[in-house]
Design a protein around this ligand. Structure first.
Ligand code: FPP
Length: 261
């Protein structure tokens, strides 16, 4: 037991040192302003350990907390997290119910921390279609952090990129029909303002764990010039080290936005 504890302490110590080193190596002058994350791999993480998929989602919350703290320490302005997609309704009823309860459970425990840390909670997606209690918990969190001025924590809940684009097209069409907007006044900027993300800048960096190399209907318009970063690590195992590695890699990229340098 003594030997086991010794090696465990040594391992934690080594991990902390590596994290501190990575933290120092990240250039604070070239940070991504907005990082979007597809929190994928919870189910596989759990199944690999002989656990129910739901245990994976719960473990995903621990990873989420680590990343919020690290992003705040770095001074990142916006984090957008894909928590439930418009396609996730196709999952077994029990899993959907569990995923719907997670925001409530998470916010009940963490809202105090988020308020104290000056975090602003926002959401993108269609909240009207989710259970009343989940809506209530999310709307309460949004209202009670509205006055904060720090990092924006943006949850994509019942969100789909295509649905968002159709929604924007409908809003713009109505404005044109009602004479509040001329058709030739429609620009990329105007279009962006009609998306859920409205005034939030487009993501600079997208992180997707779990080894899948796709976008999965996430922020389709907004990701046009976003730098993509993938890892095989499953979301519940994602931690400060991987987050800092992603930021360091991002800082080495040359962003040209279609031009030349
Ligand atoms: C995808 O993994 C993950 C989800 C659909 C849910 C993500 C939610 C959390 C991490 C909880 C945090 C949410 C809130 C609102 C606090 P998957 O189940 O598709 O994994 P798999 O691809 O391995 O099956």
């Amino acid at each position: 037991m003594g030997v086991y504890l010794y090696f465990r302490v040594m391992k934690v110590d080594k991990r902390q040192k590596r994290e501190e080193e990575l933290f120092r190596e990240v250039s604070k002058g070239k940070l991504p302003e907005h990082v979007a994350i597809i929190m994928d791999g919870n189910g596989r993480w759990a199944q690999k350990r002989g656990l129910p998929r739901l245990a994976g989602h719960r473990a995903g919350i621990s990873a989420l907390k680590k990343i919020i703290t690290c992003a705040q320490e770095l001074g990142i302005k916006v984090i957008t997290l894909y928590a439930f997609s418009t396609e996730n309704w196709k999952r077994p009823k029990r899993e959907v119910e569990f995923l719907m309860r997670l925001p409530e459970e998470y916010l009940e425990k963490e809202l105090g921390f988020l308020i104290e840390n000056n975090i602003v909670i926002k959401t993108i997606g269609d909240l009207d279609e989710i259970p009343g209690l989940t809506q209530k918990a999310i709307r309460k969190a949004v209202a009670s952090t509205k006055q904060n001025t720090g990092m924006i924590l943006n949850f994509a809940f019942n969100y789909g990129g295509r649905a968002e684009i159709i929604g924007a097209v409908k809003k713009i069409s109505r404005e044109v029909l009602e004479g509040r907007l001329q058709w030739d006044e429609i620009t990329e900027e105007i279009f962006s303002k009609h998306l859920y993300t409205g005034s939030i800048p487009d993501p600079d960096l997208l992180i997707r764990p779990s080894g899948e190399l796709r976008i999965s209907n996430f922020l389709l318009w907004q990701l046009a010039y976003t730098e993509l970063w993938f890892t095989r690590v499953m979301w519940p195992d994602f931690n400060k080290k991987y987050f800092l590695k992603a930021i360091k890699d991002y800082q080495k990229r040359e962003r040209r936005f279609g031009g030349i340098l």
